[in-house]
Design a protein around this ligand. Structure first.
Ligand code: NI
Length: 135
């Protein structure tokens, strides 16, 4: 297996809030990330695809194709958006980086033409890194 990574960046706002909890519980769990008018991040997304090298092309996956799949199915939906209100695949979940990684996985898993989606990694800040491998 050879692993190929494409990195993309996007900017988005969000508010960590669980509608089924009281305002006090939300404040206690999420602190300043619960502030009512949202806040923003410059997210770094890494999509890792694993597979065998195609002997004809020498590629696991054509990175130009991988890039357009990510742009079409993820970046266009999240960049310069409010993750709580504007993103169909995040409705009904708290917009943590964990849920964002799972949502992005679901957006991409059936769209990879060769090789297999191996992991979604998202960096929300310099110090926080989330990785999802589909289970
Ligand atoms: Ni945040």
């Amino acid at each position: 297996m050879v692993y190929v990574t494409r990195r993309e960046v996007f900017s988005a706002s969000h508010r960590l809030h669980n509608d089924s909890l009281s305002d006090d519980e939300n404040k206690e769990i999420f602190g300043k990330c619960n502030s009512p008018n949202s806040h923003g991040h410059n997210y770094i997304l890494e999509v890792v695809v694993g597979g065998e090298i195609n002997p004809k092309t020498g590629y696991v996956i054509d990175l130009k194709k991988l890039k357009s799949i990510i742009i079409e199915n993820v970046i266009k939906k999240v960049d310069h958006r409010n993750l709580n209100t504007d993103v169909d695949f995040l409705q009904g979940v708290v917009t943590t980086t964990e849920n964002l990684a799972v949502g992005i996985w679901k957006q991409l898993v059936d769209k990879i033409p060769s090789g297999k989606l191996y992991s979604i990694k998202i960096k929300e800040t310099e110090n926080n890194y989330i990785e999802y491998r589909g289970k």
